[in-house]
Design a protein. Structure first.
Length: 479
């Protein structure tokens, strides 16, 4: 077979063509880099806050001699540049969309913290309650946390949603527990069957200290004041089976709650919210895209609290007005870099309006007081802010006076954000409901409880909030 001859001129043309397209690719790449660099220098386009992540973004650092000497000034500039890059959130979402094209997904993990929790003692180590903390010389630091600003909105009438009343039953309810052992530890947040979870790690010291804090608060209260403690499980504890929890290297919230409650003094009423919530775990009791419980998760905790108090809970059909807000995307959506499996199936926020009143007054961190609603219409709020329909979100101090009750009854709810959905259920049981977010409030609750003739004090924390720093925040309010 004759060998095909290629002329030198043809070879030169091929070589020049390859060189031409190679230069096009190189210069095209440089142009793309220059374009994004120019966009990054458009300071007026740089965002200052992230509504998705609910935080203030990094600020341009101040130049100091120390910062220049140790290089931290230039590191802070790099942090500011990447954190405030224009259209950062949209690009993160685009990255997730591209990743979603890779193929089928099982359990998806986000984050880079793979660890294990402390071993939970099966029984109380020493059979004794946690010791009361000596606060006479204890100095507590005020921990600052990011706070979601409210967006203005006005209440409107909505149609009453059809919700079946919840009744006490001894029949077995549908079990929504998720089982499996094929997941791998790859981070603190993972998505399974379209729902996000945060891995829970038991900390013995934190749990012991929390119990000591509760006992200390009890010692500060008058004898005629009843203290309730509610430990709210997260979706991790209420929905995932033990086999799945163990395969992920996490801890059992059921065992952790038993450990903590075993350390708390018998004069404190420890509310068995976990048991009642798990009974209903086939229902929509936790958001898919957010770390909070839904209003029904809070309702089942409220049922358990009523049983501890010895009163009848109001059934859900007792509430004559309800709101429903579609399109909610919460904290897990942000921390998963806007995972499409969450973004394509946003949550719905349901809220029950108390019958006695829908009015409240809350005090902001700057001392300004605002008249607000116990349940606010947030239909036109940002999709990441829908959970703030409950009592206006996280504010240091909120007062709800119910004109339908005139017996002088008063309670105080000391809470973090899980308490927002819980607080409205208290309104139709008391003339006065005081809500304290211990992360932002800095008053003296020992004196406050005496001055307001408060009969019931309710501590509410989700299991992720059990830490020495959080317990110290609460202790600082009881000098």
């Amino acid at each position: 077979m004759a060998k095909r001859l290629i002329s030198p001129e043809y070879k030169r043309r091929i070589k020049k063509s390859r060189q031409f397209w190679s230069m096009i690719r190189v210069y095209g790449f440089y142009l793309v880099l220059i374009f994004f660099m120019v966009v990054g220098l458009l300071l007026w386009l740089r965002p200052k806050e992230s509504t998705l992540e609910k935080r203030t973004l990094a600020q341009f650092p101040s130049m100091t001699f120390g910062g220049l000497w140790n290089g931290s000034f230039f590191t802070d500039i790099a942090t500011w540049y990447t954190d405030t890059y224009p259209m950062r959130e949209k690009m993160l979402g685009g990255g997730s969309d591209i990743k979603n094209l890779y193929g089928l997904h099982g359990a998806e993990f986000y984050g880079d913290v793979g660890r294990t929790g402390d071993q939970i003692p099966v029984e109380d180590d020493d059979g004794e309650k946690a010791a009361i903390i000596d606060t006479s010389k204890k100095k507590t630091e005020v921990k600052t946390e990011e706070k979601t600003e409210n967006t203005s909105g006005s209440p409107v009438n909505t149609e009453t949603l059809t919700v079946q009343p919840v009744t006490e039953s001894t029949e077995a309810l549908p079990d929504g527990t998720k089982h499996g052992t094929d997941a791998e530890v790859a981070g603190d947040v993972f998505i399974l069957d379209g729902q996000a979870f945060s891995i829970y790690y038991f900390g013995k010291d934190n749990s012991q200290y929390y119990a000591s804090m509760v006992n200390t608060v009890r010692s500060k209260l008058p004898s005629n004041v009843q203290l309730y403690d509610i430990l709210a499980p997260t979706a991790w504890g209420a929905i995932l089976g033990r086999d799945m929890q163990e395969s992920l290297g996490g801890s059992s919230q059921e065992d952790a709650i038993k450990f903590v409650y075993g350390k708390i003094d018998d004069s404190v009423k420890c509310v068995p919210a976990y048991d009642n919530i798990v009974r209903h775990n086939a229902e929509y009791i936790y958001f898919r895209s957010d770390h909070h419980w839904t209003v029904m998760g809070a309702y089942y905790a409220y049922e358990a609290w009523c049983k501890s108090k010895g009163i009848e809970p109001h059934p859900t059909d007792y509430f004559t007005k309800k709101y429903e807000f579609d399109g909610f995307l919460g904290t897990f959506y942000a921390s998963s870099n806007q995972a499409p499996v969450l973004g394509n199936n946003p949550d719905t926020v349901l809220a029950f309006v108390p019958n006695g009143t829908n009015s409240e007054v809350f005090t902001q961190s700057d001392g300004q007081q605002l008249e607000w609603n116990v349940i606010r219409d947030v239909s036109d709020w940002a999709r990441t802010s829908k959970y703030n329909c409950f009592i206006g979100g996280d504010n240091p101090y909120t007062v709800i006076d119910n004109p339908a009750i005139t017996d002088g009854s008063a309670c105080i709810l000391i809470k973090e954000s899980y308490g927002n959905a819980f607080a409205p259920f208290l309104v139709d049981h008391y003339q006065h409901v005081y809500v304290i977010d211990y992360r932002y409030y800095d008053g003296n609750l020992t004196q406050f409880i005496k001055d307001k003739n408060v009969s019931d004090v309710i501590l509410l924390n989700n299991m992720e909030a059990l830490s020495v720093s959080r317990a110290d925040m609460i202790l600082s309010l009881f000098p």
